[in-house]
Ligand binder design. Structure first.
Ligand code: PXL
Length: 294
């Protein structure tokens, strides 16, 4: 029988511990290789539950894929045996229906008042599903979203979760986004952030809805040219970290926009920048600064 021992309580300056559940793409900047440095820079203890190991992410023409589904249950049972708990659990890329079921089990087993559950429904971008995903997968992901406190889809994922066609073009109307957010909250998640939103040329960012307070807000930054892989994972890792640290919902979304824009801006300074990820490492000082006030 597991004993509930928090190894951190009782220390005045105990760090908060968070868990990130997603794949390890060994090379290519996304999922755990970006989430962990962001969590650490934000001053949180990062634990990981890798769902698969890939040579590179699926944006590349070829990749290896080693599924780790069989490890998930034994790892969570072992954590329970050792008495560990988390201040937050965040999920990203999940490779199968079974993994979504296991994440729901993880949420159940480690739930306690104040434990934040963030789901980034990683299924597609730029109007298309990522390799291996389809409308059936999106429907199951919508079910998982119903178990989260916060979800962070991009505009493509938001449409796919609701089984709607994607709209063309970057600029959209506020009315459309407000309705999208309300329908996403109807999935059962009280706080929704949609990324990749623009109402006018030159401004790009996120729109959010808090169904409990009925508050709608937007956070924009200066629009940067081009599209970059992995920015959604960066955005959700910053949002997750800032919420666990106790930021208000609008402040956490604004920080996530600022950090993502700064990562892209730094990337574009390098004329030989890589297309498969951004130089988010250069933006990490923005997060160090948030620790001074903790
Ligand atoms: O960035 C999202 C992501 C995460 N993990 C893997 C991916 C992708 C998007 O393509 O392929 C393996």
């Amino acid at each position: 029988m597991s004993k509930k021992v928090s190894h951190r309580k009782g220390f005045l300056f105990a760090m908060k511990r968070v868990l990130s559940v997603q794949d390890i793409s060994c090379l290519g900047k996304c999922s755990l290789t970006v989430a962990l440095p962001i969590i650490s820079a934000a001053g949180l203890e990062g634990a990981i539950l890798p769902t698969a190991v890939l040579s590179v992410h699926t944006w590349f023409k070829s990749f290896t894929f080693h599924d780790l589904t069989g490890e998930i249950e034994p790892i969570m049972s072992n954590w329970q045996e050792n008495g560990f708990d988390f201040d937050g659990i965040s999920t990203g890329y999940l490779g199968s229906f079974r993994q979504m079921e296991l994440v729901e089990e993880l949420f159940r087993r480690f739930d306690h008042p104040g434990m934040l559950k963030v789901v980034d429904p990683v299924i597609g971008d730029n109007g298309k599903f990522y390799v291996g995903f389809d409308p059936k997968f999106a429907k199951r992901m919508a079910g998982l979203c119903g178990h989260a406190d916060v979800i962070v889809p991009n505009m493509t994922e938001a449409a796919f979760l609701l089984d709607r066609p994607c709209r063309n073009g970057r600029i959209c109307e506020e009315k459309y986004v407000r309705e999208l957010l309300a329908r996403l909250a109807d999935l059962g998640c009280p706080r929704v952030v949609v990324t990749g939103v623009s109402f006018e040329k030159g401004k790009y960012g996120a729109a959010a809805w808090d169904a409990e307070t009925e508050e709608f807000f937007t956070c924009f930054g200066e629009e940067q040219p081009g599209t970059f892989h992995g920015t959604g994972d960066i955005f959700s890792a910053v949002l997750f970290s800032m919420l666990v640290k106790g930021d208000t919902f609008p402040a956490a979304v604004q920080m996530s926009v600022d950090f993502t824009v700064e990562s892209i801006r730094q990337t574009l300074r390098n004329p030989d920048h890589i297309a498969y990820g951004v130089e988010f490492e250069r933006a990490l000082p923005l997060l160090f600064e948030t620790n001074a006030r903790d």
